[in-house]
Design a protein. Structure first.
Length: 609
């Protein structure tokens, strides 16, 4: 490989090298402001997700921010995508830890399982990227993904309500864990309203009101400096100061406590993730596969939406490599799985980052905070962190009304049913069941759509001699030819979509159009069919299985004394048709360049009888 080619490939696979040589002072200013603003949102969220959802020590959330943002800044393609701890993924990590044996719930074992999960998530995601399977994000429809995310949002909101009311200890005594169903939590809340802890509930309410008011003010204002006000950071500072000055911890309000040493290293010494003794490796692998599926679909969907909006290109495969690398490297530094967060990315987009340097600034800021400011986190109240999680999942509902309205307008009853089923399963049972239902639906729908070959019934345009067009939706302007059937194949044929080809051709013989329901009376008589013309212009390729099925179809036509003609054979498909003996079966004189030539041959054959 020549040096110029090698250099081009390196630049292609390292997106950072594409924008860094042209970096400007103005871009630096925009990225620093965006990165610092993102950090003010990111750091409180990471602490919240680590403690409230994953049930890990707070420092692991900071480690996850640092590694994921630094790696994505170098390998990622979207300046607007914020990669790091994410609500859905964090809840699934916590659920995976909770499903392990009770003796593995100590902080060290839980962190080990989370890091091992991150390693497997990274390997799965990297595998998808290296195998160029980024197109798989298209298999999960928007309705399925929206149903799952909405279900997760409700699950998290119900879970956080227990913590916001200061009932977490009582919930543990009642057997309510992170792996419990939402129904169990609702029943617990209803039957234990007398156990609400008033100071915690009041503090939670105050934080929620402050966050809602700040969000409303920022939405109504068109001034950029107001949009950049870090309301989360201000809430963290104010609530921590109030808790420290008035010693709210003595009133029973839980605080974060000792997070790290005064001058600890910003990152732990890298080590290979391990499986704690007695842990179930199968459960970790299954959870990692589920997290990879949901995480990459949501991340790629967010990245592509920003790419369309801001007019740049995003490769799903290269994004998968970036996300996989971030998780693999992060697992060596005690992180938990990280992916792109759409709500947080929308906040980042609103403060106009110029390049991925904003993520780099955010990662470096987190390293500084981890190294020098952890002791200041002692009096951060858990109620405030749980309120942040609550507001973050509320943002997951923002797209739901628009999607439901659009589905209703389009009368997409199937999509609405799938959304409702996925939502109900996720909320009523578990994340695992919800994910399984979503993936199963996607596979069934995909197989159903691809198992039917796209074929078009053609006819002669009225008042013309050799002009042909599709009969469907022609409003009577195109009609069938007597004794002749013209079928156009509109896509490559392979083993998946040829299984139904015989049945579809049989329906066309009887009804003349696939849109006619088979319960109706036949519109044509297959006994009068003497000629069939296959227009293969859309069949660029064909595999051996499809050749064999096509061979059997033509043999059955010959057995019924029906003449078969083939037109517009693509040069890529011709060698396989020839090797499969199909051309010899038809007869090379039956091959034509277009439908008009084949019709002339049919007319000549009819006239010579």
């Amino acid at each position: 490989m020549e040096w110029s080619t090698f250099k081009t490939r390196i630049i292609y696979y390292l997106p950072m090298l594409q924008w860094l040589p042209h970096y400007t002072t103005q871009q630096w200013t925009d990225d620093v402001l965006a990165g610092l603003s993102l950090s003010s949102l990111f750091i409180p969220q990471a602490l919240s997700y680590a403690i409230g959802l994953c049930r890990l020590p707070a420092k692991h959330g900071l480690y996850t921010i640092s590694i994921s943002t630094l790696v994505y800044a170098c390998l990622g393609m979207s300046p607007q995508l914020s990669v790091g701890p994410e609500a859905t993924v964090s809840l699934m990590v916590g659920a995976g830890i909770a499903h392990q044996k009770s003796n593995l719930m100590d902080p060290e074992s839980a962190a080990a399982i989370a890091s091992l999960t991150a390693l497997f998530v990274g390997l799965f995601t990297l595998g998808l990227g290296f195998l160029r399977l980024g197109f798989l994000d298209s298999l999960m429809s928007r309705a399925l993904l929206r149903g799952f995310i909405t279900g997760v949002a409700v699950v998290v909101m119900i879970q956080q309500t227990v913590y916001l009311l200061g009932m977490d200890e009582i919930a543990k005594e009642a057997g309510i864990t992170i792996a419990s169903s939402s129904l169990d939590r609702i029943l617990f809340l209803v039957s234990h309203l007398h156990a609400i802890h008033p100071p915690t509930a009041i503090l939670s309410a105050c934080v929620l009101v402050a966050l809602v008011m700040a969000s409303c003010v920022k939405k109504q204002s068109d001034k950029i400096f107001i949009k950049r006000i870090p309301e989360l950071l201000l809430v963290v500072i104010v609530s921590t100061v109030v808790c420290r000055l008035f010693r709210l911890d003595k009133l029973g309000i839980d605080v974060l406590g000792q997070v790290g040493s005064p001058h600890q290293s910003p990152l732990p010494f890298p080590s290979w993730p391990y499986l704690p003794e007695g842990a179930d490796i199968k459960s970790v692998l299954v959870n990692a596969a589920i997290i990879s599926t949901i995480g990459f679909v949501e991340s790629i969907a967010a990245a592509k939406s920003f790419a369309r909006k801001h007019n740049y290109f995003v490769s799903a495969n290269r994004e998968l490599v970036a996300l996989g690398t971030a998780n693999v490297l992060g697992s060596f530094f005690q992180t938990f799985p990280a992916f792109g967060s759409l709500p947080r990315s929308k906040v980042l987009e609103s403060i106009n980052p110029a390049t991925q340097m904003s993520s780099l600034v955010s990662g470096i800021t987190t390293l500084i905070v981890t190294g020098y400011f952890l002791p200041q986190f002692y009096y951060i109240p858990h109620a405030m962190l749980n309120s942040i999680i609550f507001m973050a999942v509320v943002a997951l509902f923002q797209e739901l009304p628009h999607d439901l309205k659009f589905m209703w307008k389009m009368r997409a009853w199937q999509d609405i049913a799938m959304l409702a089923t996925t939502f109900t399963t996720t909320m009523a049972f578990s994340l695992e069941y919800g994910t399984a239902i979503a993936v199963l639906f996607s596979l069934i729908i995909t197989i159903r759509q691809t198992s039917y070959p796209r074929i078009t019934v053609m006819g002669r345009v009225k008042e013309s001699l050799y002009k042909f067009g599709p009969i469907k939706n022609s409003r009577g302007l195109v009609e069938h030819l007597e004794e002749v059937l013209i079928v156009r194949v509109d896509e490559p044929l392979y083993f998946v979509n040829t299984g139904q080809l015989k049945d579809r051709l049989r329906r066309i013989e009887h009804y003349g159009d696939l849109s006619v329901h088979p319960s109706e009376a036949p519109l044509r008589s297959s006994e009068n069919l003497r000629y069939i013309i296959f227009d293969l212009a859309g069949m660029e390729t064909i595999d051996a299985s499809a050749v064999q099925i096509l061979y059997e179809i033509i043999e059955s036509y010959h057995a019924r004394d029906i003449h078969v003609y083939i037109v517009k054979v693509h040069h890529h498909a011709l060698p396989l048709l020839e090797r499969g003996g199909l051309l010899d079966l038809i007869g090379r004189r039956q091959l034509y360049n277009d439908v008009a030539d084949a019709i002339q041959a049919v007319e000549y054959d009819i006239s010579s009888i």
